[in-house]
Design a protein around this ligand. Structure first.
Ligand SMILES: Nc1ncnc2c1ncn2[C@@H]1O[C@H](COP(=O)(O)OP(=O)(O)OP(=O)(O)O)[C@@H](O)[C@H]1O
Ligand SMILES: [Mg+2]
Length: 398
């Protein structure tokens, strides 16, 4: 079970919105998911229409149960939808910190409680309160990952710096390894400030950032006030699309072995042959086998055939988009107009798209347009922020 805290001491940056909608999208993707409301404000419970007056037992009772008389999490959970359970909280939880002041092991109460359900769920998402007290500490000590939602507005970078420092300190002092990922939220592409903030965040925290960002979307606000997750309220909304992408990215990050193998295993021999051919062609241009390729393990070599390769006839663009109906490329070499430069399906390789483009020497920026949606090349790590706060892929032709 992956346990992921949604934490940021700054209030109102979207922790609860992320906790609810990421949980429901993971559940939609068949991941058995438990959402724990660790905030005495009880907003996750409220946002899923679980009325406080009907909560007989909450996460507070689990944390406070005596060791000789434990109360297991399954006694307090509410089923929200298929694969999606909630452990609610009430205002009582506010007393936890004071009640356990000075008690040894008080920061491990949640971690211990989760032991009993570790085979029952694939993901546990924890909605933290906007503070760095004992409740948040319990959540972090139980977790192997942390998502920090950050509003793309003034002052948020300062708060983010402090949040990262706190987490690094915890990792050092508790000898605990955390996957820490920053999620830009409340992004408004129309404002210059929003675009600049996102570009700055990507520059400053590159690897720490999710590729996904969550746009400001009024449907997210409305769905919370009606006690529904976004997929139930409006599955055609931008908000739903953003959280669906986020869930995909979370699965790739937290289950790397599952998400990489299935595509490759069946075609491994043919892929190896194609990789060798492409390498041979690129060697004609570049003179020798690139060092990075020589040193890569076999399965990595196969992955490396996707992306851009320089051949004597031009630059070969190759990408895997299994669901796509059309893939085009737009760049500074075609005035950013994708209509003329469509990629073709590679026969016999489901989901593979390719295009050979004769490009002039020098540095070129480009983006893919997949079913009308612009995105950077997921198989090319060489990227740069553009003025819209998004990423352009870069290829250098020698
Ligand atoms: N992407 C978004 N688009 C539109 N509204 C949003 C978005 N994210 C959050 N909101 C709204 O912003 C407000 C604050 O969000 P939320 O309650 O999720 O923040 P929080 O970090 O959990 O707050 P707290 O620190 O009080 O727990 C809510 O009204 C929520 O509906
Ligand atoms: Mg909240």
């Amino acid at each position: 079970m992956n346990i992921i805290s949604i934490a940021n001491q700054k209030g109102g940056c979207g922790k609860t919105t992320v906790a609810i909608n990421l949980s429901s999208c993971l559940a939609l993707k068949n991941k058995r998911t438990l959402l724990i409301d660790m905030d005495p404000q009880g907003h996750s419970s409220l946002g899923l229409a679980v009325p406080e007056e009907q909560i007989e037992m909450s996460i507070y009772d689990v944390l406070c149960a005596r060791e000789d008389k434990p109360l297991t999490l399954d006694k307090i959970t509410w089923q929200i939808s298929k694969n999606f359970d909630l452990a609610p909280s009430t205002v009582e939880l506010a007393g936890f910190e004071q009640q356990f002041a000075g008690v040894p092991g008080r920061e491990l109460k949640l971690s211990q409680a989760l032991q009993a359900v570790k085979d029952k769920y694939d993901y546990c998402i924890i909605d933290c309160p906007p503070s760095v007290g004992l409740l948040t500490f319990n959540a972090l000590r139980a977790s192997n990952g942390v998502i920090i939602p950050v509003e793309t507005g003034y002052f948020s970078l300062h708060g983010l710096e402090k949040q990262l420092e706190t987490l690094e300190l915890l990792e050092q002092q508790c000898d605990q390894k955390l996957i820490i990922k920053i999620l830009p939220n409340l992004y408004d592409v129309r404002t210059r400030l929003g675009r600049e903030m996102l570009a700055e965040m990507r520059k400053r925290y590159s690897d720490r950032m999710f590729k996904t960002h969550v746009n400001f979307n009024i449907k997210l606000k409305e769905s919370a006030s009606l006690g529904q997750a976004i997929n139930e309220y409006d599955s055609s909304s931008v908000g739903f699309k953003d959280f669906s992408h986020l869930a995909d990215e979370v699965i790739v990050i937290f289950e790397p072995s599952i998400s990489k193998t299935p595509d490759l295993s069946a075609e491994i021999d043919e892929l190896a042959e194609r990789a060798a051919k492409l390498l041979e062609e690129s060697t004609k241009v570049l003179g020798s086998e690139p060092e990075s390729y020589k040193q890569a393990p076999a399965e990595k070599k196969l992955e490396m055939i996707y992306g851009v390769t320089q051949t004597p006839e031009g630059v070969k663009f190759l990408a895997k988009f299994p669901e796509a109906k059309s893939v085009a490329i737009a760049g500074d070499f075609n005035n950013w107009s994708p209509a003329e430069t469509l990629l073709k399906r590679v026969e016999g390789f489901d989901g593979d798209w390719e295009l050979l483009l004769p490009l002039e020497k020098g540095r070129h920026q480009y983006r893919y347009v997949v079913d009308g949606v612009w995105q950077h090349d997921p198989y090319n790590n060489y990227v740069e922020s553009n003025p819209f706060g998004e990423l352009n892929s870069v290829v250098e032709v020698e």
